[in-house]
Design a protein around this ligand. Structure first.
Ligand SMILES: C[S@@+](CC[C@H](N)C(=O)[O-])C[C@H]1O[C@@H](n2cnc3c(N)ncnc32)[C@H](O)[C@@H]1O
Length: 203
């Protein structure tokens, strides 16, 4: 991992992913998370304050050690014990059916082998377990799609592999039969990056 990804990107991501609009989505998504919890693409730990009060431990993975460094103070301030593993989401060492809930926020855009990562989410969930997600992705508006396709090569370079044009609903439906999803533009965000897919998928 290079200097930019390891030392610059974590500060940029932490800044870009903070703020009240995304906080309200985090709060709303995480209010029903329970049991043994895995979060993939934990980043700098911005979801931590939004887990329900009765959550006392979570397992998290993220491949970027720079994110882990920046997450330290947030973890130290939290009541939740965080088992933070520096790993890629595409290949995880935990046994099948280890978790009741898997959480993923604005990360499926950045995982290179995204189908493989969602397949890992499915494998790691217990039967009846829930995948909680909020992601940005492909807009239904053709004119916005044109710009999402044009800008994705630049976005991937600037934002550490982030794609603007992934159709998240299709990616999740390829692995899960039972998906409940809301799609909407987040107010105040440019449409190329602000089309959200929020929901749950049940194993
Ligand atoms: C835009 S950030 C979102 C961080 C965090 N989930 C949040 O909501 O603030 C995308 C995250 O995906 C992580 N990521 C990139 N490639 C990944 C992979 N192969 N597996 C898991 N996470 C990955 C990045 O390191 C980064 O922390």
């Amino acid at each position: 991992m290079g200097f930019y990804s390891n030392l610059v990107i974590p500060y940029c991501i932490d800044f870009a992913m903070s703020g009240s609009t995304l906080e309200s989505y985090r709060q709303n998504l995480l209010e029903n998370v329970s049991g043994e919890i895995l979060e993939i693409g934990f980043g700098t730990g911005l979801n931590l304050p939004h887990y329900p009060e009765n959550v006392d431990k979570i397992t998290t993975i993220d491949p970027n050690p720079g994110m882990k460094r920046l997450a330290r103070s947030r973890i130290a301030q939290s009541q939740i014990t965080v088992d933070y593993k520096v790993l890629n989401g595409e290949s995880l060492p935990m046994p099948d059916a280890s978790f009741d809930s898997v959480v993923c926020t604005w990360t499926l855009c950045s995982i290179p082998l995204v189908n493989q990562a969602i397949s890992e989410v499915h494998r790691l969930l217990k039967p009846g377990g829930y995948f909680f997600f909020i992601e940005h992705g492909l807009s239904p508006d053709v004119q916005i799609q044109v710009w999402q396709n044009r800008l994705t090569p630049v976005q991937k370079i600037l934002a550490d592999g982030c794609h603007l044009n992934r159709k998240i609903s299709d990616l999740i439906a390829q692995q899960f039969n039972n998906v409940n999803i809301e799609q909407f533009y987040a107010p105040k965000l440019p449409k190329v990056i602000g089309y959200m897919y929020q929901g749950t998928a049940i194993k």
